[in-house]
Design a protein around this ligand. Sequence first.
Ligand SMILES: Cc1cc2nc3c(=O)[nH]c(=O)nc-3n(C[C@H](O)[C@H](O)[C@H](O)COP(=O)(O)OP(=O)(O)OC[C@H]3O[C@@H](n4cnc5c(N)ncnc54)[C@H](O)[C@@H]3O)c2cc1C
Length: 501
Amino acid sequence: MAKASINDMDTNTSGIGKENKDSHGNVLIIGGGPAGLATALMLAKRGWSNITVLEQRVAADYYEPDKAFNYLIDGRGQKLIEYLGIKDELIKAGVPSKELYLTFIQADGSRKTLNLPIIDPNRKTAYWISRKTFVLLLYQEIIQNWEDKITVFFQTKCTQISKSDNNSLEVFAESENGDRFKFEPDLLVGADGIHSVVRSTLREWEKPTSDRFDMKLFPSPSSSLRYKVLSLPPKFPLDHHAEEYAVSEMTYAIRGAFSDRRRSISLGILPIKNPDEARTANIITPLDHEIWKLKNGEELYQFLEEAFPQLPIRQIISPEEAERFAKSEGGYFPIPQYCSGFYCLLQQGDAVGVVLIGDTIHCFPPDIGQGVNAALEDVYILNEALSKSDDDISFALPLYESLRIDDTKALVRLAQTSFPWQYNQDRLRQFLWGINFFLRLKLSRLLPYLFSPQSFFLIQNYQLSYQEVLVKERRTTQMLYLFSLMTIFGILALFGILNYS
Ligand SMILES: Cc1cc2nc3c(=O)[nH]c(=O)nc-3n(C[C@H](O)[C@H](O)[C@H](O)COP(=O)(O)OP(=O)(O)OC[C@H]3O[C@@H](n4cnc5c(N)ncnc54)[C@H](O)[C@@H]3O)c2cc1C
């Protein structure tokens, strides 16, 4: 679909209308993150053409310091990656989970390296990859193989969506330099993340009669934690004598010296393939933590030097990065949430519709590492729905919602409960979580027909749907209650017998 400026449209309204559509119709995707680009590729592979993606960021590999997370693309996300035929590219750009080693560096400088303990070795290899590299990987696939079908406009923001009198869609966008554009897609895809303008528009349209597009919130102990991402050089020194430097494919857990909750801090550094790419450490703490009170780079240096006496902080963090970090607002972990409406049809027959995907329909803190995998799985399910409906969106979109909604609810429940205590918010709860995790793991190995591992472990099995993971976890919880009750009654009965005799 060509982009036409509003000024052109005033004189030439046929610029982007149904006149241009192929047998599948025009597609406009709002958001060029993982979900948006993956949807564009999936549709192109299905034979759709005339696909346009609008992305407000400057470029696919634009580095946003506070969005520099590392994804673990697991078997769930890989279903779509395999369908798109880009698994080899993922393998080249990612670090395999099976070769993952974690080095703990204590405040006194002592070190210990081990194989990650809670990665299930029997599961399909997953790949660590930075968000920037993953989005670039999808974009490069578009440029290399699908440029005739997919056009991506960067620095272009969707500003408004409306319905015309004849129930066609009108989508307005604005570029960085102030040019304004209008599109009339047959299929509009909302892949614009948690603050989706597409979902808000559907919410307004359906407000009087339905709450399908309202996000339903389910708080968790990690929601509302604040985070900032600290960028580190690719090979930074790990001690004051420059004897050892960070290795790109190694994971580091660098423990701080402070023990009180408001100052305690540690650095978790995930692996990346490219030895020349910047490393990142997510700083995640409660809102009353000292780190949020630091006003400038020098205050940050002083705090980190006290917190990490084992590290040559001023050699690792540049003055510019220290200043940027201190001044950055960072972000807050979202409350786990989903909406129950994933689509809207404006016209049946010669269908015009809107579909939502990825963080637009479900969003949660990164505790279970499923944000990007769930987004890719949404696209995979949408692909299935299109296959079963002969690409007729008036059947495919309702089918997509019905195939995905229960899994989405289960996913958000798992995001709430699986591993929310991993950020040192409460040492006791974290300790109890650990006991629960290892108890279930041991029991599941001893009595696999009665017990299952904890959900954080089960999620790694991509052959289980989120619903199946939840059912297994709940059944194990019931079994644990039953065994506890039987033990208590057994002890009471024993006391009764002893007293009686
Ligand atoms: C701190 C943090 C850490 C995370 N860590 C992990 C992790 O370890 N593993 C994991 O799997 N997930 C993680 N996530 C979640 C993960 O980033 C998301 O689930 C994933 O990016 C969802 O992809 P998406 O394409 O649906 O949305 P997004 O990645 O949010 O992409 C939406 C895109 O739409 C664009 N956009 C928005 N509005 C407009 C508009 N009006 N016009 C044009 N473009 C627009 C945005 O610029 C963006 O590029 C983390 C999230 C946070 C906040």
